[in-house]
Design a protein around this ligand. Structure first.
Ligand code: ADP
Ligand code: MG
Length: 477
């Protein structure tokens, strides 16, 4: 408890803040969540506090961080921001104030900064996410948890994983571009960050830019407005690896696409590595120019499929291990069985179960898990299948269910079939190609057309709109 920039006064101040919180949250929560915190560094108005596990971090951020920051800056106006991050070696300081340490996950010890990018709703507040700078002025921060080591490999993602690993480990451009695609929450961003971490670890001299397509666009637009597109281009000129996440975002944004296309070509020509992610394959991306699509298709296209039961179980086991929570096998099987949508939701479910158990100070059991996830599981159980939709729609329009798969084109069967495709798109998380396959192996463009057609008809034909609404309500139950 000595040295560094954190002196005795700071220590007293911290204890004061903690005691304030202790009074507000009670002894049990204090012992579980607040006591393990360690102040690591205070600089430029930012206090950095570590907790031993990721799980703890999530919980503290979600429940106490705001109040902690409030109390702290009330005690010391110089503290403007508090960042919670994970560092496993607490204990040496008995939950007190530690000496100033270089807090980082890897030996290359990059500086830690709060996140500046907006994240999707439902995530932890951005100011408190443990991230580090991407290594370049314009690169977005990288999440410390998103490494190859923390990525669980299974059938659905082994190809994407292998490709990402290969790109990260090669000194020269491998497949250009590497195009990763898959549904939401399946690990695209995780893999991209992992590539960046790996490259940094192996060769810190290589510059890597990671950013979302959205950010690319905003920066480009700003450059246009401020008339310094030359500077904008310059920023990308010397980059060794450029990674653009969620490229579907620039669908229909023509001038951004144009700029991206040029940046892309210039870098590929110089043999620099490009990694792209999207929610669809290049060919399925809508609103993207053909020439860009064909360039995107030129390298290696790797998709991440929906999770399997085995992968979900593997992820749960790995996560429980890493966070040091004891979760009975039965509970993990239950979660892997019930939470099938994506990895993000799966992680959320495990966090909830663990948090509950920790709060009431009891071990996790199947019963408590069921209870805690009650609402979530109901929502999942209610999820309709395409088969159900086909059956209900066929019955409603008085046609045979087999006509949903048949090649018959008569209006009397084609229209109900389109309605069923439309409802499948609305009520399930299946992709257009998947839906097409379930309807007698039809092409995804047929499904797209059906969706459009039904939308049009709903606008123009009130009776039809009512029919569709009725069916939807019936299916949603
Ligand atoms: P996407 O970018 O595809 O929407 P993310 O990369 O953000 O998905 O992943 C969502 C969450 O799930 C992240 O917390 C990520 O670490 C986790 N995740 C996804 N796939 C895996 C995996 N195979 N192993 C471990 N964690 C995973
Ligand atoms: Mg993502």
């Amino acid at each position: 408890m000595s040295g560094g920039s954190i002196d005795a006064q700071m220590s007293a101040e911290w204890n004061g803040v903690l005691n304030g919180l202790r009074e507000e949250v009670g002894e049990a929560a204090f012992q579980s969540w607040l006591k393990p915190m360690t102040v690591r560094e205070i600089a430029n108005g930012m206090a950095r506090v570590s907790v031993p596990t990721r799980f703890m971090k999530d919980w503290v951020v979600a429940h106490y961080a705001d109040r902690l920051a409030e109390l702290w800056s009330a005690a010391n106006a110089a503290i403007k921001q508090v960042e919670i991050f994970v560092q496993a070696d607490y204990g040496q300081s008995e939950g007190g104030v530690a000496a100033k340490t270089r807090a980082a996950a890897s030996p290359s010890a990059p500086a830690v900064k709060p996140v500046q990018t907006a994240r999707s709703a439902g995530q932890t507040p951005t100011a408190f996410r443990p991230v580090v700078d991407g290594g370049s002025d314009i690169s977005a921060p990288l999440d410390m948890r998103y490494t190859f080591d923390n990525f669980v490999v299974g059938k659905p993602n082994e190809f994407a994983y292998a490709a990402a690993k290969r790109v990260a480990e090669s000194a020269t451009a491998q497949f250009n571009p590497l195009f990763l695609y898959g549904g939401v929450g399946l690990g695209k961003t995780h893999l991209m960050h992992a590539i960046a971490w790996k490259i940094r670890e192996q060769d810190p001299a290589r510059t890597v830019i990671y950013m979302s397509a959205e950010k690319f666009m905003y920066r480009f637009i700003r450059a246009l407005r401020e008339q310094n597109t030359v500077d904008f281009k310059e920023q990308f000129r010397n980059v060794d690896v450029l990674m653009i996440d969620d490229v579907q975002f620039i669908s229909g944004k023509d001038s951004t696409q144009e700029e991206f296309f040029h940046t892309f070509n210039a870098l590929v020509d110089q043999g620099r590595q490009i990694v792209i992610s999207a929610d669809k394959s290049p060919s399925d991306l809508e609103g993207i120019e053909e020439r860009l699509k064909s360039r995107l298709n030129c390298g290696l296209v790797a998709d991440i499929h929906a999770t399997t039961y085995e992968l979900r179980l593997g992820i749960l086991q790995s996560k429980a291990e890493r966070t040091g929570v004891t979760v009975p096998q039965k509970v993990m099987e239950f979660l892997a069985h019930k939470i099938t949508s994506n990895v993000r939701e799966l992680e959320g479910a495990l966090n909830r179960v663990a948090a509950q158990a920790s709060l009431v100070g009891r071990a996790i059991t199947l019963e408590t898990a069921q209870e805690v996830l009650h609402d979530l599981i109901r929502a999942h159980d209610r999820r309709v299948t395409i088969e159900e939709i086909q059956k209900k729609v066929a019955a409603h329009f008085n046609i045979r269910t087999s006509d949903m798969h048949s090649a018959r084109r008569a209006r009397s069967v084609a229209r109900p079939r389109q309605v069923a495709m439309y409802l499948a798109k609305q009520l399930t998380s299946r992709s257009l190609p998947e839906i097409g396959r379930k309807f007698g192996g039809r092409d995804h463009t047929t499904v797209m057309h059906a969706v459009k057609k039904v939308e049009e008809l709903r606008e123009s034909d009130a009776t039809f709109a009512e029919d569709v609404e009725l069916l939807r309500r019936m299916l949603e139950g």
